[in-house]
Design a protein around this ligand. Structure first.
Ligand SMILES: [Zn+2]
Length: 132
């Protein structure tokens, strides 16, 4: 991936995760460029298919593009940071991220957004008075 594209994706995300919203400065490891629709699924390396993800989100998302909504058991697509609006699908309840829609719930589940490590980082930010 060329350097200019990587920089553009990082700037667009304002150095924040586009999935779980913790800023880069809160994490020791650099964020990664995520193909929203994985290359294995035919996703292209173009701005409209790229997002900035923390290592945790990127690892858990992997090549997934859909998952089961834990509430209904229905197979639904995952959140798409380029075409979806974060607050339409998620909300914070203190350090936890709650899915408000089937897409939000499935994304929280498959990306383990409420796993202990991300929760710890979010709690530290809240304690420091930083609102996500
Ligand atoms: Zn993340």
């Amino acid at each position: 991936m060329n350097r200019e594209l990587v920089r553009a994706v990082r700037e667009r995300a304002a150095e924040r995760r586009e999935y779980c919203c913790i800023p880069q400065f809160a994490l020791p490891l650099p964020f990664q460029i995520d193909h929203v629709i994985a290359e294995q699924q035919g996703g292209k390396t173009v701005p409209g298919n790229l997002a900035l993800a923390c290592p945790h989100c990127n690892r858990y998302k992997g090549p997934n593009i859909a998952a089961l909504d834990p509430e209904s058991g229905q197979l639904v697509r995952l959140f798409h940071p380029r075409t979806d609006i974060w607050t339409d699908h998620f909300e914070f309840q203190r350090e936890r991220t709650l899915g408000k829609t089937p897409v939000g719930r499935a994304t929280v589940q498959v990306m383990a957004i409420n796993a202990s490590e991300p929760l710890r980082f979010r709690l530290e930010l809240l304690r420091a008075g930083i609102t996500l």
